[in-house]
Each structure stands twice: as C-alpha cells, then as structure tokens.
Design a protein around this ligand. Structure first.
Ligand code: SF4
Length: 165
C-alpha cells in the first residue's frame, strides 16, 4: 500500500471549483504530510479539460459514481448538458496519477460528483444530498485505494500515520 495521499486540489487552496473558488482545509496533518512530500494534488475535472468556472454538474436520478462507471447513469450539467465522458476521463486521470505516484490513500472533498465519497447531490439541482460517492471516488475505491472525505481527515491521520514516510 503506497504511503502517499491523493488530495483534491480545491482542498489545497486551488481555485478550481465550478464556481471558481477553492475550499481550503486547514489541519496540522496536512501540513505534516506536505512536509513529508506525501501529498499528490489533482483536480480530476480540470485534468479532463473542464474549464473554471463551469456549470454545476450532478449525477442524474439519485444514482452514484458506480452507476456512471457501469454506464447506467449520466453526469449532467444544470442546463442538461451531458458531461459523462469528461467525468469518466477525470476519474481515469486521477486513478492513473494515484497508481503512478504510489498513493494508497485519497483525501477528497465531499459532495462533488467527482470527489464526493460519503454524500453527493441527488441530480435534482435543488441542494439535496444523498449517501453515495462521485465518479472519481468510486473508481479509486474499486482499485483498492482507501478514500476519505475531508471530514474524515482525523481517521486518515490515524491510519496513514503522522510520522512514517
Ligand atoms: S473535481 Fe474534485 S478537486 Fe476538482 S474542484 Fe471538484 S471537488 Fe475540487
């Protein structure tokens, strides 16, 4: 199991979200991991060529990332545009980077149709969440990477350790 941690770029303060903002996470474990060179940062959606800002997107019909990966659900933008292919590419890019760099763990922002790992929006664009994971989180998990949401950083710290490389 690789000791590196794949991390959502918006958590690291990069202004890459659909609304052009970041959502930085401040936590001593992140500082330590950065010093140890254990963090591998990616915005899966930007890696697939999506612009900033971009329209909000949700997985349709209260389905989840696994359904997108199996072809049973689409990812739609708020105007109805189909961005499924970009979201699948985003997940492929994140997995390739994780494998290439030896990431056994991922710390991803929750709620996103890519990075969400405990809850995502339900496809109605009404602000309702339901339990489930985004496309990137689902693909990482399917390949054995232990995925944690930003709210679970303490659990990741307990597992991945503060001091070992
Ligand atoms: S794809 Fe992930 S890293 Fe990129 S903006 Fe969305 S939540 Fe952040």
């Amino acid at each position: 199991m690789g000791a590196k941690i794949l991390v959502s770029a918006c958590l690291m303060g990069h202004a890459v979200r659909y609304d052009g903002k970041a959502k930085p996470l401040v936590h001593p474990a992140l500082d330590r991991w950065r010093e140890q060179g254990r963090l591998v940062t990616i915005c899966p959606e930007m890696s697939a060529g999506m612009p900033v800002p971009r329209l909000p997107a949700e997985i349709e019909a209260a389905k989840t990332g696994a359904a997108v990966l199996s072809g049973a659900a689409r990812v739609l933008e708020s105007d109805g545009g189909d961005v499924t292919a970009q979201f699948r590419q985003a997940a492929d890019n994140a997995l390739a980077l994780a494998l290439e760099t030896g990431c056994g763990y991922a710390l991803l922002i929750d709620g996103s149709p890519s990075c969400g790992s405990t809850s995502i929006y339900d496809g109605s664009f009404s602000g309702r969440r339901h339990p489930g994971e985004g496309v990137t989180a689902a693909l990482l998990r399917a390949n054995g990477i232990k995925v944690f949401s930003h709210g679970e950083i303490d659990a990741l710290a307990a597992l991945a350790g503060f001091s070992e490389i």
